[in-house]
Design a binder for this molecule. Structure first.
Ligand code: EPZ
Length: 428
């Protein structure tokens, strides 16, 4: 199994091109199931999660062609052409779903397109139980009959789905996406109240609209979808990854470097820019993206609470914990989205960080002198937080279980090495 070796202590200087967003790309790919025509998606990141979903779509009957790296507006990600002329199977089997929870995003589209779906229950993962009850209740409100049997969600809508008013008790990105897709082909109007407002939701709405869907309010907490009879093919470019952007912004800050993040969008990162600003990190807009460096010397402690968008994202919480271990003073980071998202803490502590977890808060006392160590983590963002710590640490850090990183960071070691990091991937 691959590992990543980092020899820390180098200032990073240079530029990093931000890839297309993984979490926008996955629901966009699932949207290909909604039409028999071809959906072309550009600026897709080259990541294992994308391949996993592509494999699932292929077994549903989607024909997929990859057309290299067509560039548009400076973006050079992959282009996928997906055609679901005929759905040959409405079953999403355990073997594929267990590799990635986001596979549940095929549920809404399959149900809307062919009136049935059998999707393996995704189960919990390292960061929490992560149920899908909100997806299921909302689809039931639209007329789906749902049963759980033998670890599978069996969903049927023999008469088709109908519009409904769905009030989500808590904000869910995935449930909002599943419902937007299902409602696009339902009879009548669906209103989603307390909907997620993430940029990935807006990206999905833009693509569905290009496919002929009638959606209003995406980006606000109330989304209205007027169902249409059929959707058509379209071409859509995936938004830049705001979590990758935030991660590399913190790489610049933790190494006291200067990084230009090409394609990065400040409007998707307002809460992050505000928190990093308070911590002493300057993030300026340039005509190509964002330039990140420390404002004047040392970093300062801050208080951060993760929230659904537009709040500070849970997907940057682990990275922020690593960064704050090098800041002066006591920081408090509170996690409100997932119940078990501090697995990076014991590993950061082994590298010399002073962090105590108290309930859903981590208290970080800095600045500490990070020391390289062999480390590993059990999820994507926890893994990358250890990379950040390794970049700032004295000596060598070996990160194990690199497959977590490969799910969400495209060519991470190449991007960081191009800015002067001493980082390499090593085989066994
Ligand atoms: C998305 O997951 C992201 N994944 C996650 O990215 C991200 O951490 C999360 O949103 C929150 O921002 C993708 O977009 C593919 P949720 P999702 O439904 O949609 C609870 C990463 O590192 N909930 O918004 O699965 C749930 O347990 C990751 O890239 C229910 O209780 O998240 C959680 O506590 C990992 N019942 C909260 O809601 C449900 O039916 C928010 O989850 C659904 C969710």
């Amino acid at each position: 199994m691959d590992r990543i070796r980092i020899r820390g202590g180098r200032r990073l200087e240079g530029e990093i091109a931000v890839s297309g967003s993984k979490n926008a790309a996955l629901p966009l790919m699932a949207a290909a199931l909604l039409t028999e025509e071809t959906l072309v998606l550009g600026n897709l990141p080259h990541l294992n999660d994308i391949t996993t979903l592509a494999n699932l779509l292929v077994q549903h009957g989607v024909e997929i062609h990859m057309n290299g790296h067509a560039a548009k507006g400076g973006h050079a990600g992959r282009v996928l052409e997906m055609t679901a002329a005929r759905i040959v199977s409405s079953k999403a089997p355990y073997d594929l779903v267990r590799k990635m929870r986001a596979s549940v995003l095929v549920l809404g589209p399959l149900l809307a397109r062919v009136g049935q779906a059998e999707v393996s229950l995704p189960g919990g993962c390292a960061i929490g139980a992560r149920p899908v009850d909100l997806h299921l209740k909302a689809l039931e409100a639209m007329g789906a009959e749902i049963e759980l049997a033998d670890g599978y969600i069996l969903a049927r809508a023999p008469e088709g789905l109908h519009g409904a008013k769905v009030v989500f008790p808590t904000v869910s990105v995935g449930a909002t996406e599943n419902l937007m897709m299902a409602a696009s082909l339902a009879k009548g109007r669906t209103t989603l109240v307390n909907a997620a407002r993430e940029p990935e939701i807006v990206d999905l709405a833009d693509c569905l609209t290009a496919m002929g869907a009638q959606i209003e309010g995406a980006g606000s907490d109330s989304i209205t979808i007027e169902g249409v009879e059929r959707l058509r093919g379209a071409e859509h470019w995936v938004v830049p990854d705001r979590i990758e952007t935030g991660t590399y912004a913190m790489a610049a800050a933790i190494t006291d470097g200067v990084i230009d993040l090409v394609h990065a969008r400040a409007d998707h990162l307002e809460a992050v820019i505000a928190v990093l600003g308070a911590a002493g990190v300057s993030i300026e807009e340039t005509n190509r993206g964002l330039r990140v460096k420390r404002a004047n010397g040392a970093l300062r402690a801050v208080e951060v609470t993760t929230q659904p968008y537009p709040g500070f994202p849970t997907d940057l919480q682990a990275q922020m914990t690593a960064l704050m271990s090098t800041a002066e003073g006591a920081s408090t980071i509170t996690e409100t989205i997932f119940e078990n998202r501090f697995m990076h803490v014991p590993e950061l502590s082994r590298m010399g960080a002073e962090v105590t977890v108290d309930g859903n808060s981590a208290i970080i006392r800095g600045p500490c002198d990070l020391q390289g160590a062999p480390v590993m983590a059990t999820d994507l963002r926890a893994s990358v937080s250890l990379v950040l710590a390794g970049l700032a640490a004295e000596g060598e850090t070996i990160l194990n279980r690199v497959y977590h990183l490969d799910r969400g960071y495209e060519r991470l070691e190449e991007k960081l090495a191009a800015c002067g990091a001493d980082i390499e991937r090593i085989g066994d």
